[in-house]
Design a protein around this ligand. Structure first.
Ligand code: GDG
Length: 447
């Protein structure tokens, strides 16, 4: 089979890839070989108009720089101030400026131009995520006939949200140039079909076949997974000195999220507040460890969510803390991956409460990290793609603090045999549909 060429917004150039998309692609390329192309993370006033190749991985890596203006308009602008909020049901946070869309088109056109000279006969091209929707159209314009697939890591919006975009018809035009568009969940494929029907000329031929202007496109559901075995080993190898200590022996509830408004962190804090208000006997008995590294800090909406989260944590701690116990520990820094695995294993409850999420890998990592003999309980939002398969979690509506507090209560009190049976079923799914399964299933469908 031909070479795999993967393109993503960012390419990690260090040794230790972390983050969902990055770990998944690293695994796919390690097993099949190939080329990975992406933004270096560096901006320059006059970047080279060719890819820069890097050694030192099991596959080829090539990067490009962006001008500061392109970074502002393509990445912070159209990608993260238009597409991201709309795909996560937050059109109210969208900011539409004409230069955003121009920058987005310009960068995609430039990436296509830089990529074409490095393509070889037999290549299969796999484009990742919402920053690169127009790439297939640009590659086709330059004469590329190779199979080109797209995988969307975030939710696809339904017709009401889609209609708030400045250019809904163009979104479908971009997608129609792919041979295969992959989604995380059935919900996303359904949204795609409904939005295409109301906002585009795409004709639906069957559940997963579409046509426009004599071009055929297929769509499908390919839920992403994690490297479960590696995560298991990481959690088992966690060091004693990295364990969290608590003066009062409180049970730990853990949340791990980029500090993004889609992740439902304030909702989680308010539910915890309701739990403590409703049951004073839990004072000093339970605590919430929230790890939330910074992300996209120059976008206004991200500064607001940071302020809201810090303010709320401060208020709740002020309301309930005792001299020996602080109910919420909020860490606004990334922590090393091996420590993370150990903390998941130590935590009695995993809190995954997004208001919208493509999949959510933290839910899968939490399950993989548990000790099967004495596992913790996963509380999972119905709005995470992960909820479609992880039905043995406690599935909640994160908007309802009472319902979420009730689930926390249920998890704290859950007997060992129920924890074991729920965990065994969840773990089976996480191990069966792991990251290798994801890339293989997708690439087989593309072929
Ligand atoms: C997008 C979609 C989809 C987080 N904090 C730290 C840290 N992390 C790692 C987690 C996990 C990853 O980052 C986050 O992945 P998620 O899936 O939870 O969320 P997004 O970043 O929003 O990812 C999402 C994903 O793409 C893949 O398709 O599931 O729906 O939004 O791996 O562990 N890792 C380390 N320190 C931290 O502080 N080392």
């Amino acid at each position: 089979m031909g070479r795999l060429v993967a393109i993503s917004n960012r390419i990690p150039l260090g040794d230790n890839p972390s983050g969902g998309l990055v770990v998944a692609l690293d695994d796919a390329l390690r097993s099949s070989g190939g080329l990975w192309v992406g933004f270096s993370g560096e901006t320059a006033e006059a970047p080279a108009d060719d890819l820069t190749f890097h050694d030192g991985a099991a596959f080829q890596r090539a990067s490009f720089d962006l001008t500061p203006e392109d970074h502002d308009t393509y990445y912070l602008g159209y990608s993260n101030s238009v597409l991201w909020p709309v795909c996560h049901g937050r059109a109210d946070l969208m900011r539409i400026l004409p230069e955003y869309l121009d920058g987005y088109r310009r960068v995609n056109e430039r990436i296509a131009r830089m990529l074409v000279p490095h393509l070889r006969p037999g290549d299969r091209i796999w484009v990742q995520d919402y920053q690169l929707f127009p790439l297939a159209q640009e590659l086709r314009r330059l004469g590329v006939t190779a199979p080109i697939g797209h995988f969307l890591h975030i939710p696809f919006p339904g017709p009401t949200d889609c209609a708030t975009l400045p250019n809904p018809a163009e979104l479908f035009d971009w997608l129609s140039h792919y041979d295969l568009v992959g989604f995380q969940a059935q919900r996303d494929l359904d949204n795609f079909a409904a939005s295409a029907r109301s906002l585009s000329d795409l004709e639906q031929l069957s559940d997963n076949r579409f046509r426009v202007a004599e071009r055929d496109m297929r769509a499908g559901v390919f839920p992403i997974g994690i490297d479960a075995q590696a995560f298991l080993a990481e959690a088992e190898g966690a060091r004693e000195e990295d364990r969290m200590r608590s003066l009062t022996g409180a049970q730990i509830m853990i949340g791990v999220d980029r500090l993004d408004y889609s992740k439902g962190i304030p909702q989680r804090f308010r539910a915890f507040q309701a739990l403590l208000e409703g049951d004073p006997s839990l004072t000093e008995k339970v605590m919430l460890l929230q790890i939330a590294p910074p992300t996209r800090e120059s976008v206004d909406a991200y500064q607001q969510i940071r302020e809201e989260t810090e303010h709320l944590a401060g208020r709740i701690n002020g309301q309930f803390a005792t001299v020996n116990w602080t109910p919420i520990r909020f860490i606004h820094r990334p922590i090393p991956r091996n420590e993370l695995a150990g903390l998941y294993r130590q935590a009695r409850i995993g809190l995954v409460t997004p208001l919208a999420d493509g999949m959510n890998l933290v839910a899968k990592e939490y399950v993989a990290a548990q000790d099967p003999a004495d596992p913790g309980v996963l509380i999972l939002s119905r709005f995470a793609g992960a909820a479609e398969a992880m039905t043995e979690a406690l599935i909640i509506n994160p908007h309802d603090p009472g319902e979420l507090a009730q689930a926390m209560h249920q998890a704290i009190a859950m007997p060992l045999d129920e924890r074991r049976s729920r965990h065994a079923a969840l773990l089976r799914g996480v191990v069966e549909q792991d990251v290798g399964w994801w890339s293989k299933t997708y690439l087989d469908a593309l072929a």
